[in-house]
Design a protein around this ligand. Structure first.
Ligand SMILES: [Mg+2]
Ligand SMILES: [Zn+2]
Length: 218
């Protein structure tokens, strides 16, 4: 059954949410793992615009399975400024998101939502705006928390860029940097004006990040 629908193209539709996950079946909020997409869940290939270049990073499905088994939500949050720069349109972003979800479904793991930001100040109209969704701004996480009934204060974020970690810092939640994607390079420059606080942990990859999180003593 297809629970993810491709939304009609609209410049104003930034977010993409599963209707099923939106149902509030109980009023107890769950925490979430917020996951960056490119370089964290799937391979970083530089403005992924061709579905044939979509590949899961080894261990990603297993990592998400562990999150599922801990009864936490999983939300993918991705900056897709390639839209604003004219490298791809939003329909392409949605198709790639759908394909990624399908790959994960085939691995029998569940993702509760995918949100993307198509904006960039140096991009083309109508996308060249100062938005609240482009990481390190926290708009996508705040929107997801509303849509999916997430307890953001108990949540955690994983990404391969310092801007991902800074997104977590701005929400005062732990930000984990992975060494996949841009992460190996990013982990060499942790003293950066981008970053107000270092990562909570530097993981080899998403699976290592999730293992560390659920095994930590605190
Ligand atoms: Mg990334
Ligand atoms: Zn945006």
């Amino acid at each position: 059954m297809l629970i993810w629908k491709i939304q009609p193209p609209s410049v104003f539709r930034r977010f993409f949410v599963s209707k099923k996950s939106m149902k509030k079946s109980d009023n107890k909020q769950k925490p979430a793992f917020f996951l960056d997409r490119d370089g964290t869940v799937c391979e970083e290939v530089g403005y992924l615009s061709d579905i044939r270049n979509l590949r899961l990073i080894a261990g990603s499905a297993e990592a998400i399975r562990r999150i599922n088994n801990n009864n936490w939500k999983v939300v993918i949050i991705t900056n897709q400024s390639g839209v604003s720069k004219g490298y791809m349109d939003e329909e392409t972003v949605r198709q790639i998101n759908d394909a990624l979800l399908e790959m994960l479904r085939e691995e029998n793991v569940r993702v509760d939502g995918i949100y993307y930001c198509p904006h960039h100040l140096q991009g083309n109209p109508p996308y060249n705006i100062s938005c609240e969704c482009r990481k390190p701004a926290s708009g996508m996480l705040r929107q997801a928390s509303k849509d999916l009934d997430i307890d953001i204060r108990r949540s955690v974020l994983v990404g391969d860029k310092l801007t991902d970690v800074e997104t977590a810092n701005r929400l005062d939640i732990p930000g984990i940097l992975v060494r996949t994607g841009f992460g190996r390079e990013e982990s060499r420059s942790l003293i950066s004006p981008v970053l107000t606080r270092p990562p909570a942990y530097i993981a080899e990859d998403l699976l290592d990040a999730v293992r560390w999180w659920y095994n930590r003593k605190s």
